[in-house]
Design a protein around this ligand. Structure first.
Ligand code: CP
Length: 304
């Protein structure tokens, strides 16, 4: 088990620590899908502090915290004193004074969760910081892969899409390389950051080549909100060159599972029929996310 106060990223987590979280999450999933709430965080308080939009992550953390018996608070940044100029550190210290035990933070600036963690007593959990990391998304992705294949050794995992802006890609590349999987990123060259291979992946600019032998095909959202300049001619051209289509999936790697962290841009990263096909585990990923976040909060807040 990892014994730190905070979960800021997977870059510094060992394979053993990652596996221990996944093992713990397996028990949590049984309780969650079996509809048997637990009281492991009874008397504790978990606060979500999201400076960027979210559907899955925020609701997943709140569902997980309540399922473990915690009280929850939610700071809606758009209607909070952040709008009056309150700093991140002062907001965090205010939440400390309200006796929260954990702050789950999403922020557009890489490093914001680390800054908060250094200045508050509460455990800080990174729910996505800029283009840096999204550790619980990666843990739920890993949980889903292990559930399907039983191991990471020898798995070929192909990440297709906006690698440049993807914190999910970074967390997954760190973790998968440590766990013995082969990771390939594929995108137009404008969406692949220089030096990404050093994190532990191969780079391809041709989706047909990259999909050969794939066990997992993961679409990454085209993050138009983070793109300052046009990085490809149009969404339809991106889809025609790099989209995960039924023809590519069934023609090249028919047994691969299809993943996506969400939200999906149908017809861009994935065609609608691929998002809904029997190989797609996108909705399972969401359920697994609650189990993984229950495990993380039990370890950090419940003191397991
Ligand atoms: N996967 C993910 O982070 O989704 P949300 O932006 O909806 O939280």
């Amino acid at each position: 088990m990892f014994r730190k106060k905070d979960l800021l990223g997977l870059k510094d987590m060992s394979a053993e620590e990652i596996i221990s979280v996944l093992d713990h999450a397996a028990g949590m999933k049984e309780a969650f899908v079996g509809g048997k709430p637990l009281s492991l965080l009874s008397g504790k308080c978990v606060t979500t502090l999201f400076y960027e939009n979210s559907t899955r992550t925020k609701n997943s953390f709140e569902t997980a915290a309540r399922f473990l018996g915690a009280r929850t608070m939610s700071v809606t940044v758009a209607t909070s004193s952040v709008q009056k100029g309150e700093s991140l550190i002062d907001t965090g210290r205010t939440l400390d004074a309200l006796r929260t035990d954990a702050i789950v933070i999403r922020h557009s600036m890489a490093g914001a969760p680390a800054l908060l963690a250094a200045n508050v007593k509460a455990s800080v959990i990174n729910a996505g910081d800029g283009m840096n990391e999204h550790p619980t998304q990666s843990l739920l992705d890993l949980f889903t892969m292990r559930d399907k294949f039983g191991t990471f050794k020898g798995l070929r995992v192909v990440l297709v899409g906006d690698v440049k802006h993807s914190r999910v890609a970074r967390s997954n590349i760190w973790a998968l390389s440590r766990l013995g999987a082969e990771t390939v990123v594929v995108a137009p060259c404008t969406l692949i950051p220089k030096g990404i291979e050093e994190l532990g992946c191969e780079v391809s600019y041709n989706i047909e080549d990259a999909l050969i032998g794939a066990n997992v095909v993961m679409g990454l959202r085209i993050q138009r909100e983070r793109q300052k300049a046009g990085l490809f001619p149009s969404l339809s051209e991106y889809n025609s060159e790099f989209g995960i289509t039924a023809e590519r999936l069934y023609g090249i790697c028919e047994n691969a599972i299809v993943m996506h962290p969400g939200p999906v841009n149908r017809g861009v990263e994935l065609s609608g029929d691929v998002a809904d096909c029997e190989n797609s585990v996108i909705n399972e990923q969401v359920t697994n996310g609650v189990a993984v976040r229950m495990a993380v909060m039990d370890i950090l807040v419940g003191g397991r």
